[in-house]
Write a protein that binds this ligand. Sequence first.
Ligand code: TYD
Length: 138
Amino acid sequence: MQKIKNPSIINFEKKGDDRGSLIPIEGLNNIPFEIKRIYYIFDTISDIKRGTHAHINLEQILISVSGSCYVDTYDGKERKTFILDKPFIGLYIKDLVWHEMYNFTSDNVLLVLASNIYNEKDYIRNYEEFLSLAKANN
Ligand code: TYD
């Protein structure tokens, strides 16, 4: 798979037929990493923010398999806002990108595919610390 911009949207190919739609996701095939962990966020209160951190070494893909939410990203240089409102688009986020999810609809199920198991040591939760790491990286 070719290199993907961090962060950016991946459009998954729909395998639809007259019965409905299906999206297959295969590690190292239509996404750039092997999946080691899956988690999903649901029943989220609409006016709260989730995320508000970056990672040191982790690749993730966020997919609204139901409903929608917004994601703001900042890599230390560029700020972007993504609206995840379709089950066939995924937001790819790699290292050193601060991300915040918000505007969750009550039916939102945000599926996340991750390249590694949960490791609290991989989290950058302090924004000032993130800014200095991102600056050093850019
Ligand atoms: P948190 O990182 O606050 O979620 P978000 O980034 O979506 O705001 O995680 C909430 C809780 O769940 C926290 O206690 C850590 C735990 N957790 C796991 O045990 N495994 C995981 O894979 C994730 C993402 C979180």
